[in-house]
Design a protein around this ligand. Structure first.
Ligand code: ADP
Length: 198
């Protein structure tokens, strides 16, 4: 089975992803893939330089992410152009590593950890979606604590994403991460044992 894992900012997706790995799942991480596909020598980095210019390269040949952010900020056409380069590269990278993991150990649970899974319409590509949920107030608190943000900034960042309650409604399975870490770990282990065999 291939399952999508998602949540909202500071809902505990990284925490759950760690518990899944510890319990034996293979987790493909979209954020990590996003970094790998733009390393020097990759087609995506070549595409970005061709589209937006060599000034986006740092002296060591790495992508200057901050500069790229400034180029696309507030320019929907450029952002779309960038996404048309990045998204297929990220999906391809994740598919390759998931295919490899499956070939190496058939029957192993494969999980794709994707922050904007619903927002980017990728939920349909998976056999099911597991959403990490916490109530809104707790999400705000954990984000403020983790990132040292004030409440207004935390609310603003959370407001940019689809709400966790909406993701929960769409989910096939929900992890409630409002309790202790141990409680969440227990839910994950139980969920994995209850999944139908691949
Ligand atoms: P995400 O990956 O969804 O942004 P994290 O897994 O980084 O979220 O969790 C957000 C913050 O909340 C982190 O500081 C993390 O240590 C903390 N956290 C996550 N789950 C719990 C929990 N069950 N109890 C207490 N703190 C938690």
């Amino acid at each position: 089975m291939r399952i999508g894992l998602t949540g909202g900012i500071a809902s505990g997706k990284s925490t759950v992803s760690r518990f899944l790995r510890e319990a034996g799942a293979f987790v493909s991480d979209a954020d990590e893939a996003a970094r790998k596909v733009v390393l020097p020598g990759t087609p995506a980095l070549d595409g970005i330089v061709a589209a937006f210019g060599r000034s986006l390269l740092l002296p060591d040949g790495m992508l200057d992410r901050a500069a790229l952010g400034r180029v696309v900020f507030g320019d929907p056409d450029k952002l779309r152009q960038l996404e048309s380069i990045l998204h297929p590269a990220i999906r391809g990278y994740m598919k390759d590593e998931m295919d490899r993991a499956e070939a190496e150990s058939p029957g192993r649970l494969i999980v794709a950890d994707i922050p904007l899974l619903y927002e980017t319409g990728q939920d349909k590509a998976y056999d099911g979606v597991l959403v990490v949920h916490v109530p809104h107030g707790l999400q705000v608190m954990r984000l403020m604590e983790r990132n040292g943000m004030d409440e207004a900034e935390a609310e603003r960042r959370i407001g940019l994403q689809m709400s966790l309650d909406e993701k929960k409604r769409r989910a096939d399975w929900v992890v409630d991460n409002s309790g202790s870490l141990e409680d969440t770990r227990t839910q994950i282990v139980r969920w994995m044992t209850e999944l139908p065999p691949a």
